[in-house]
Design a protein around this ligand. Sequence first.
Ligand SMILES: [Zn+2]
Length: 66
Amino acid sequence: MKYCHNCEWAVHETDGYTAQERKEQALEHHIETGHTVDSSDSAIRPQVPTVCEEILLEELLEPTTF
Ligand SMILES: [Zn+2]
């Protein structure tokens, strides 16, 4: 799943989107709100961030060319 540190936004593997679509939605949420979106392999929202924002953004931006 991908989830937001700043609000209740989240997208789950079970929502029917592809990994690419989930990544695009996460990036979209970050751009629209400036919130920090994180990803997790587990189905629940972790209590402690596992990656720093800088690395995360790199991961999110990788497949998209602006
Ligand atoms: Zn948010």
